[in-house]
Design a protein around this ligand. Structure first.
Ligand SMILES: NC(=O)c1ccc[n+]([C@@H]2O[C@H](COP(=O)([O-])OP(=O)(O)OC[C@H]3O[C@@H](n4cnc5c(N)ncnc54)[C@H](OP(=O)(O)O)[C@@H]3O)[C@@H](O)[C@H]2O)c1
Length: 274
């Protein structure tokens, strides 16, 4: 009897070792900023990486950099506009089995809601919300079949509050946080081994501010620091780098939403370029 148990134990060990040798991570928005830093860090922990973005040249440069420092990891790049929902379905069909999905692609815009460009708003909703929604849904289903896997959705501290002067962006990040919270409870109730987390940083030094046409009042934290914090805290649901942002989130949670909107308006008004 004990030798049968020992054989099962050995098989289980071998399967686990085999699994760690075949771990695959897919990162959207890997061509710059937070996604790029996460890719560089995670290269040491995974043996397959799929890096997604629109800028093929920047993805190639990252692939080369990773290959120079990590000879064992197999890096695939996918140049794709994720604001088109069908592309997200194609991406899942191309790489259906991933152990860690990082839904990071996203951008913002600023200005009075009535004055921002509708086309940019819609592209933002399609990238920050629809693409993240489609990929989370498709990958969650395949992960649930295997009863393992992890989804990391990149939200923002903006996901916990209203955002005058960046209303659409804040609304998209509220969606990311709420969707992730809902899925977390479903996974808990069904005792699933699949995990979900939501990364909620404050200002980070990336191309984000330029794309969103804002100027942070203080230097954002470096994306390398955010990536390191994220990888260290991947076991948590809410991943909120820096104590200042954790404190701000706590304080905002104590105030009525109308007061929070007034405070955010003042902060955003100082950040506007125009
Ligand atoms: N920086 C901050 O202060 C901050 C704070 C909180 C949360 N975040 C969130 O962090 C995430 C990463 O942003 P970041 O700060 O690292 O900015 P970033 O340097 O501008 O990176 C954005 C990434 O998203 C990709 N992307 C944008 N639209 C895309 C599309 N339609 N299809 C495919 N990829 C697309 C970009 O790749 P291509 O240009 O190659 O397509 C790029 O790799 C975003 O979700 C952002 O909302 C940022």
């Amino acid at each position: 009897m004990s030798s049968v148990l020992y054989i099962f134990f050995l098989i289980d060990k071998l399967v686990r070792v085999w699994q760690t040798w075949h771990m695959k991570v897919l990162i959207t928005g890997a061509s710059s900023g937070i996604g790029r830093e996460l890719a560089k860090l995670l290269a040491a922990q995974f043996d397959q990486m799929v890096l997604v973005g629109r800028d093929q040249a920047r993805l190639n440069a990252l692939q080369q950099k990773i290959n120079q420092t990590n000879s064992t990891v197999n890096v695939t790049t996918v140049s794709m506009d994720l604001s088109v929902a069908e592309h997200c379905q194609q991406l899942h069909a191309m790489h259906p089995d991933v152990d860690l999905l990082i839904n990071n692609a996203g951008f913002g815009d600023s200005g009075l809601f009535a004055e921002t460009a509708l086309a940019k708003d819609l592209a933002m909703i399609n990238t920050n919300v629809v693409a993240l929604h489609v990929l989370t849904k498709l990958y969650l289903a395949t992960m649930q079949k295997r009863n393992c896997g992890h989804i990391l959705n990149v939200g923002s501290i903006a996901g916990f509050m209203p955002g005058p002067l960046m209303a659409t962006y804040y609304a998209t990040k509220n969606y990311v946080v709420r969707l992730s919270e809902g899925i977390r409870e479903e996974l808990r109730r069904t005792k699933s081994k699949v995990k979900i987390s939501v990364l909620c940083p404050g200002p980070v030094d990336t191309n984000f501010a330029k794309t969103a046409n804002v100027q942070f009042n203080f230097r954002g934290v470096s994306c390398a620091k955010v990536a390191q914090y994220t990888v260290r805290h991947l076991h948590q649901f809410y991943i909120v780098p820096t104590w200042q942002i954790r404190l701000a989130r706590f304080a905002m949670g104590l105030l009525p939403s109308t007061w929070v909107a007034r405070i955010v308006y003042r902060i955003q008004a100082k950040r506007q370029h125009c």
